[in-house]
Write a protein that binds this ligand. Structure first.
Ligand code: ADP
Ligand code: MG
Length: 407
């Protein structure tokens, strides 16, 4: 029997009335001599613990974190400093702002902070501001009251804030947040309460906010597209994650760890020193995400399953990426010509080089052209993704999707 938090061994004797129904009972609690029952009691306790753990796991399904601080690989001073600050952030219930280019591990750190924090049993809810259409953002954030508008659900639709209750709300690409929503977010953070759409009641919320962006918030504040009061509210503890090209010393151990992950379950693949040196010379505009993609391609293209060598790397590494800068500085009439025609070889071009080594599979050429166009658009718009997407004529969500896969 469970009594408060104690498990007791109890014998109960029922009292029956004339009709044979139970009218009461007397219970004997075995207090001191549990010795003979020890195996049974400890088995019971173990099962009970398992049950609690399973219940906790179930409650967290879908909202738990994939990453822990050990997953953030890097031994360079800059990487160690980022980890040190993440540990600091985990120990305190304060807002955190993660700054770094795309693919530098902002999400990895955000999840790590959550899973190290006192809120780790609570939900981790991520929301990507760049991926949600502007007109849906408010409902996504604050939820919708029952019957708020014609066609609205009869039940309350929870917003991200409600779903993160007791846990962490990760605002990814916070620099892409429209000004109107910035004001509402600021209010929610100050008052610690939100008002679901179409409701006139406030709901108290208890969440820790971790925000991240690859954009230059200082410049955005200067031009008035990001509120400085919101900035100070989010930026209680700032963690800067340096781009990969700024910590090339980490490339070796990153390769080790990423390869282990890529070939999980299969024979282990090594990478030669010369291949690592070659990788260290690349500029990595897509940072660790790009490095991972390159290694994945090398792994699938490599002739030998055991080693990735320099030659394989040379084949899968993208061309040096000086194009975006060049395009960005080019005169206006070339604005939309992101695809550099020199990438394409024609039979009648007077190129004397007639062997076919320059011909690449069409899919690869197209993927490269797309990547170049995206980088060029980003460079031109100083990393403003909404503008870049507009320039390329795709929706923000399509753009973001492509950016995530960019290698
Ligand atoms: N320091 C790191 N150590 C190991 N993997 C990393 C690191 N940084 C990024 N990654 C990997 O790179 C990819 C992109 O990371 P992510 O956290 O989504 O970047 P961001 O949010 O900054 O764009 C993921 O696959 C992640 O596992
Ligand atoms: Mg991200």
């Amino acid at each position: 029997m469970e009594y408060h938090t104690q498990q007791l061994v109890v014998t109960r004797l029922p009292f029956f009335d004339e009709r044979g129904e139970v009218s009461g009972a007397v219970a004997f609690v075995l207090l001191d001599d549990l010795q003979p029952l020890t195996p049974l009691v400890s088995k019971y306790r173990r099962l009970h613990q398992d049950l609690l753990a399973a219940k906790r796991a179930l409650a967290k399904t879908g909202r738990s974190t994939r990453y822990h601080l050990g997953d953030f690989i890097g031994a360079s001073p800059a990487a160690l400093e980022a980890k040190r600050r993440a540990r600091l952030a985990a120990a305190r219930d304060i807002p955190v702002l993660l700054l770094g280019e795309t693919g530098t591990g902002k999400e990895v750190l955000a999840q790590s902070i959550h899973s190290l924090s006192a809120r780790s049993e609570g939900p981790f809810v991520g929301v990507n501001l760049a991926a949600i259409p502007e007109n849906l953002l408010e409902a996504e954030f604050f939820g919708v009251a029952p019957g708020a508008f014609t066609g609205a659900d009869k039940r309350m639709r929870e917003g991200k804030f409600q779903r993160a209750q007791g846990g962490t709300l990760f605002l990814d690409e916070v620099g892409d947040m429209p000004l109107g929503l910035q004001a509402k977010l600021l209010r929610a953070l100050q008052e610690r309460e939100i008002e679901p759409l179409g409701s006139n009641q406030v709901v108290p919320v208890d969440v820790r906010v971790i925000a991240a962006t690859s954009r230059d918030l200082d410049a955005m504040m200067a031009e008035g597209s990001f509120r400085s009061d919101l900035y100070y509210r989010l930026n209680v503890l700032e963690i800067k994650i340096p781009p990969l090209r700024g910590r090339r010393a980490d490339i070796g151990i990153l390769c080790e760890s990423l390869l282990e992950n890529i070939c999980s379950g299969q024979e282990r693949t090594e990478i030669t020193d010369a291949a690592v040196v070659l990788l260290s010379q690349h500029d990595w505009p897509g940072n660790v995400r790009e490095l991972r993609n390159v290694l994945e391609r090398a792994f699938t293209m490599s002739e030998s399953a055991e080693v990735l060598d320099e030659d394989t790397m040379r084949r899968v590494l993208p061309e040096p990426t000086s194009e975006p800068e060049r395009l960005a500085e080019a005169p206006a009439e070339t604005e939309s010509t992101a695809l550099d025609s020199s990438d394409i070889q024609c039979p009648d071009s007077d190129s004397s080089d007639s062997d076919s080594s320059d011909i690449r599979p069409l899919a690869e050429v197209l993927a490269n052209a797309e990547a170049d166009a995206i980088r060029a658009a980003l460079a031109r718009c100083r990393n403003n993704r909404t503008q870049a997407a507009r320039l390329l004529g795709v929706s923000r969500s399509v753009f973001y999707d492509k950016l995530a896969r960019l290698s």
